[in-house]
Ligand binder design. Structure first.
Ligand code: UT7
Length: 324
């Protein structure tokens, strides 16, 4: 009865920022970025490419693949930490732009794990009402919340959006199992202050601006440990070994994180979808962009098991197994 994927879509902003261009912005080199992260380019949003508009473009492609009209959607969930507005939600802006007049809509914030959390939530709605059609989107313009003088962060993030429409299905297909986690005690290793408030008693003196701050090396270690634990957990709830998985789609943060993860989990590289070199880390958009690219490339066939996992600020993390 879980969530079954009816269509996927993704969209990247037009402008591509290369490592060579970053060399002119901060003290770094193409060699350092490539060897430490695997990233060569990332896409950066320009005028008319706000988060909600990237989300709309990805959503339209997913609707087209699913053969659905926007008015057939019952719910739009947008996972984002970089919407252009705090209120209304990005999801409401997307609902308006798509003309999804019958859908209720809201955002969720689980940083880079947001899309997975959203899919998990959609799965829960569908178990209650399998007739629903739910659009889950991960969309970010991290470029708007990046300190472009900080070489620890500005080299890894990128902008983009990915979308996935799910509907109810039989017991054999769709989301078979998922495990979501959070640990707020570690929030200060990766965080972003909100905009400065209007109440002086509540304003945070340490707030230097609303951009991402990250203790990269610590985050790296936690990411590998947490994602491998979540994958092991979710596979054991199904009584399956990772060999049963046809395609592994992890959060695209850093190629070295992916390599460590594969080594721990004994997953061969040919079973993993990787696009981090092209897009960098697009936070909540990373898993749905990769899922859409793999889907459109014909890498997933009916009945295949697809394993998704993510890790992000909060900390939040999780893993999910979907039968296509
Ligand atoms: O999406 C989930 C959240 N994010 C992540 O998963 C990201 C996790 N972390 C990472 O991807 C990596 O930690 C980074 C790519 C951010 C950094 O790579 P690292 O191998 O962990 O480097 P480091 O922070 O340990 O720094 C090593 C050295 C330092 O110099 P010293 O102190 O050894 O002299 C840094 O100052 O590299 C220096 N460095 C740089 N050098 C050239 C840091 N950033 C750069 C840079 N270019 N861009």
């Amino acid at each position: 009865m879980g969530a079954f994927v009816l269509g996927t879509g993704s969209y990247l902003p037009r402008r591509v920022l290369t490592n060579a261009e970053l060399e002119g912005m901060v003290e770094t080199s193409d060699e350092w970025i490539t060897s430490r992260t695997g990233i060569k380019t990332r896409h950066i949003a320009g005028a008319g490419e706000e988060t909600s508009l990237l989300a709309v473009k990805a959503a339209q492609k997913a609707l087209e693949m699913a053969g659905l009209g926007a008015e057939e959607l019952d719910l739009i969930l947008v996972a984002t930490i970089t919407s252009e507005m705090t209120m209304p939600s990005c999801a409401c802006l997307v609902q308006k732009e798509l003309g999804a007049v019958h859908a209720f809509a809201y955002d969720l914030n689980a940083a880079c794990s947001g899309f997975l959390y959203g899919l998990d939530m959609a799965d829960a709605y569908l178990r209650r009402n399998p007739a629903m059609k739910i659009m889950v989107i991960g969309a970010e313009t991290l470029s708007s919340r990046t300190n472009w003088q900080d070489r620890n962060t500005c080299i890894i993030f990128g902008d983009g959006a990915g979308a996935c429409i799910v509907g109810g299905t039989d017991r054999r297909h769709g989301v078979l199992a998922s495990k979501m986690f959070a640990d707020g005690r570690l929030h200060n290793l990766l965080f972003m202050d909100s905009a400065r408030g209007m109440n002086p008693d509540l304003s945070n003196a340490g707030n230097q601006g609303s951009y991402i701050k990250m203790a990269g090396r610590d985050v790296f270690k936690h990411a590998v440990r947490a994602m491998s634990g979540a994958v092991t957990d979710v596979m054991s709830t199904l009584g399956l070994e990772v060999d049963a998985v046809r395609l592994f789609i992890p959060h695209q943060a850093n190629i070295r994180i992916l390599h460590s993860l594969l080594e721990r989990l004994h997953i061969p590289p040919e079973k993993v979808y990787v696009n981090v070199s092209k897009y960098g880390n697009t936070s909540a958009a990373s898993v749905p962009i990769a899922l859409d690219e793999a889907n459109r490339a014909g890498m997933i066939a009916k009945d295949d098991l697809v394993l998704l996992c993510a890790f992000g600020g909060g900390f939040t993390w999780g893993a999910m197994v979907v039968r296509w």
